[in-house]
Write a protein that binds this ligand. Structure first.
Ligand code: NAP
Length: 433
């Protein structure tokens, strides 16, 4: 029997568990440990609430949990309730699938002024993550700046721009919907430090921006290279750029109350304001031959009362676990960190790729584990973990408990919404009792 502990119940964690199940059948016991009493990580609190079809992948993870050999062990904080070292003593393999939940720092003067949020916090707020439920973004702002040209930046802009009707069928949490309904936002500005050919926005997501009820995207023709140059782009990127060009030629009659501006070659260098954000100082950039950006010295000011920085994420370090500070992830060689200790997903490779990218990642890490541990050692596995929990009075949340929490969330959903998430850990725990 092999004993595997996976820390983190997001896509990377569940695909790894599925891979272990497929490889070993009943000859493996997998414990998926999570700090929250609810599973699925980024699927629940990262993927946009109006992208329910992406969230549907959680049904596949649920199937993984139906076998007796995979357990969800929720409401357990590794590092407090049990240490990584202890887990290494109990399991043949410990897999860190902790994702990258911390924002990459926006390291410019003034970036600590109230009104500036990292995307982890802002996305967590509208998705009901218990850590960010009290964020209170100033939605009386008329102008919002979004830093970054990736899919998270797009999610944030779309959520800020949608009308109440456009949230029908979504699971945006009630507190966010109420605030967004009263939002005064008239202008959203994407600040991209490079140009249209360097965006990290995918076609489907970019296309959605052109179909919003009360918002319209604007781009500047001068920022684009010759249209012939689009032919050199890989097909997905070419489609994205085509969407951007469509924004250029959109019907000028089709004015809408909310403008979404794309400022390309624009790098914020300072945030200014008297006790809260009032404006960004932005420097124009130029690209070198390697398509890296640098400032040209030309500056302009962007008035804004709220800023969301969507410039990527970092995996939080764990004491004693080798870490690559420059890249914000665990130091690893194809997922191997130390004997018996592995990482997978964003914790392994950094915050890139889609949910599906984690599937081959999960299967690859189980192959590596199989190579390393053979038929398993004499580890105690989950029995030992339960013993530690008994000694320490740790009460884990099981998958069955989660199903009760889920039922309660479904029961309290507003009309047309799949669920109303609990945003307080105490409420989640109470719902399973
Ligand atoms: P991302 O795709 O890496 O985009 C980050 C953006 O921030 C880039 O435009 C980058 O510009 C910019 N940036 C980085 N550092 C900066 C700085 N110091 N100043 C200014 N700009 C800076 O990251 P993401 O948007 O957080 O998304 C993370 C991953 O999740 C991606 O793989 C994404 O596709 C995925 N995701 C997918 C979906 C979906 O499929 N619907 C939704 C959300 C997220 P440079 O290119 O110049 O570095």
């Amino acid at each position: 029997m092999r004993h595997i502990a996976i820390i983190g119940s997001g896509p990377a964690g569940y695909y790894s568990a599925e891979a272990a199940q497929k490889k070993y059948g009943e000859d493996v016991a997998v414990d998926i440990i999570d700090r929250l009493p609810v599973p699925f990580g980024l699927i629940r609190t990262g993927v946009a609430p109006d992208h329910q079809s992406i969230k549907a992948v959680s049904r596949r993870y649920e199937k993984t949990n139906l076998g007796n050999n995979v357990r969800f062990v929720g409401n357990v904080t590794v590092g407090e309730d049990v240490s990584v070292e202890e887990l290494q003593g109990l399991y043949d393999a410990v897999v860190l699938a902790t994702g990258a939940p911390h924002d990459r720092a926006l390291d410019i003067p003034g970036s600590d002024l109230p009104g500036i949020f990292g995307s982890a916090a802002f996305v967590g707020w509208y998705n009901g993550h218990p850590d960010f439920k009290d964020l209170e973004p100033p939605l009386d702002a008329t102008s919002v700046a979004i830093i970054g040209n990736g899919n998270v930046a797009l999610d944030v802009a779309r959520i800020l721009a949608k009308t109440e009707d456009e949230f029908a069928g979504s699971d945006i949490v009630g507190h966010a919907l109420e605030r967004l309904k009263r939002s005064k936002v008239e202008q959203i500005t994407f600040l991209g430090r490079r140009g249209p050919h360097q965006i990290a926005m995918t076609p489907k997501e970019l296309g959605e921006l052109g179909k919003l009820e009360r918002a319209r995207p604007y781009v500047d023709a001068d920022d684009f290279p010759d249209i012939g140059d689009d032919a050199m782009l890989e097909p997905g990127m070419r489609k994205s750029v085509t969407h951007l060009r469509d924004f250029l030629t959109a019907d000028s009659e089709d004015e809408k109350p909310l403008r979404i501006n794309f400022d390309f070659f624009a790098m914020p260098i300072e945030v200014q304001g008297d006790g809260k954000v009032e404006k960004l100082i932005v420097e124009k950039t130029a690209l070198d031959r390697e398509m890296r950006s640098s400032g040209t010295g030309e500056r302009y000011e962007l008035d804004c009362q709220m800023v969301v920085s969507c410039i990527g994420y970092r995996t939080p370090p764990i004491e004693g676990v080798p870490y690559e500070h420059g890249r914000g992830r665990f130091a690893n060689s194809e997922g191997r960190i130390l004997p018996g200790l592995y990482c997978v997903g964003w914790a392994r490779r950094g915050p890139s790729g889609t949910i599906g990218t984690n599937k081959p990642d999960g299967f690859a890490i189980v192959d590596a584990i199989a190579e390393d541990i053979g038929s398993g050692g004499n580890k105690e596995g989950r029995k030992g973990l339960d013993r530690l929990f008994d000694e320490r009075g740790v009460e884990a949340v099981t998958f069955r408990d989660w199903k009760k929490i889920e039922e309660a969330e479904i029961a309290r959903a507003r009309d047309g919404s799949p669920r109303e998430k609990f945003t307080d850990i105490a409420d989640m725990i109470a719902a399973r009792d």
